[in-house]
Design a binder for this molecule. Structure first.
Ligand code: ATP
Length: 339
């Protein structure tokens, strides 16, 4: 079962994964402490997913505000625990202005805490739900181009997200951008090689995933991009029937209708992503080059005042100061830090 029925209209979509060893959906974790390892004070809840609760938190010493994804390890069986490591690996790997940064990971006996860059404007699902009939196309274009930009970057690093949906796109109002989060189902892929694990959320899943076939990893993200663009301009999901089995049938038949207020160019782009046959789906280059997306700056975040710093840009002198501070703080010895 997909765990959600949709009889009462669009709701937030929970992912399902059929890997053996995954325990049933987590309830919200009741035992979340008020502080983590004396380093972060936990405040209000920002969002809840199937597998985690995300809280606003403040660094005890610096006052920096972050988002903390709290994962109750006791609820995760073997394979799912492995998937958790995959989330951490992929999030560490992808460093892009349109992907939420993973600052650090705090691992305790019972819980795993992912300390994340804080989105200050809620998520895209709630935003879409506040706009009946969808967003105006220039706005939708502005956000969609950034999501495409982030996914294009991930695919270049051979990382597939596999759970793309508006709930996993977070607003950063101060920076004026949106960023992709929740790499809980992400994985590395080898170009041309098929993946087999079926995961994602029903309403956003590509037909080949639902069939349980081997699938070409990047193409499943393209399908979900099609669903996201549809939702942005229509205000509801393209495949959303009274129950899961009807939704499944509509996805398998690739049957959806685009309301008349959507422009022909935008409708064309949606139809190029929502193709039943993965080989017929548009590539990311074709999406980025599509007429509907022309004239939009794909990455306003790259002009952000908050540059990402690489250790290669740090001078020798600065490097030494940082090393000294880390050694004084008993982080590790010089060799370990440098390694
Ligand atoms: P899912 O059920 O989709 O697997 P999950 O348990 O993996 O979800 P996330 O999707 O990572 O949890 O987060 C749940 C919600 O928390 C998001 O939909 C969003 O509203 C909020 N959220 C997540 N990350 C951040 C962030 N960095 N800043 C602000 N809010 C966030």
């Amino acid at each position: 079962s997909w765990g959600t029925t949709c009889a009462e209209g669009p709701g937030r979509h929970q992912p399902t994964c059929w890997q053996p060893g995954l325990s049933p959906p987590l309830p919200s974790s009741p035992g979340t402490p008020r502080s983590i390892a004396g380093l972060y004070d936990l405040e209000r809840t920002l969002g809840k997913g199937h597998f985690a609760v995300v809280k606003l938190a403040r660094h005890v010493f610096t006052g920096q505000r972050v988002a903390v994804k709290v994962i109750d390890k006791s609820k995760l069986a073997g394979e799912a625990a492995g998937q958790l490591l995959q989330e951490v690996r992929c999030m560490k790997l992808v460093q892009h202005p349109n992907v939420v940064r993973l600052y650090e990971v705090i691992d305790t006996h019972a819980k795993l805490y992912l300390i994340l860059e804080l989105g200050d404007g809620g998520d895209m699902f709630d935003h879409i739900m506040r706009h009946e009939g969808g967003l105006a196309e220039p706005r939708a274009k502005h956000y969609f181009a950034q999501i495409v930009h982030a996914i294009s970057y991930c695919h270049k690093l051979h990382v597939v997200h596999r759970d793309l949906k508006p709930e996993n796109v977070v607003f950063f109002q101060e920076q004026g951008v949106v960023k992709l989060t929740d790499f809980g189902f992400s994985n590395r892929f080898q170009p041309g090689k098929m993946l087999t694990t079926s995961c994602g959320s029903l309403a956003y899943s590509a037909p080949e995933i639902l069939l349980g076939d081997e699938y070409d990893a990047p193409a499943v993200d393209i399908w979900s991009l099609g669903v996201i663009l549809y939702m942005l301009v229509c205000g509801h999901p393209p495949f959303q029937e009274a129950n899961d089995s009807e939704t499944l049938t509509m996805i398998m038949d690739c049957r959806y209708t685009i309301p008349p207020h959507v422009s022909a160019q935008c409708a064309d782009l949606i139809s190029r992503m929502l193709q039943r046959d993965p080989k017929q789906r548009a590539s990311l280059e074709q999406i980025e080059g599509h007429t509907w997306l022309q004239g939009v700056d794909p990455s306003p975040a790259s002009r952000s005042l908050l540059p990402l710093t690489s250790h290669k840009r740090v001078s020798e002198e600065e490097h030494e100061i940082i090393l000294q501070a880390m050694m004084c703080g008993n982080i590790a010895d010089r060799d370990t830090i440098q390694e």
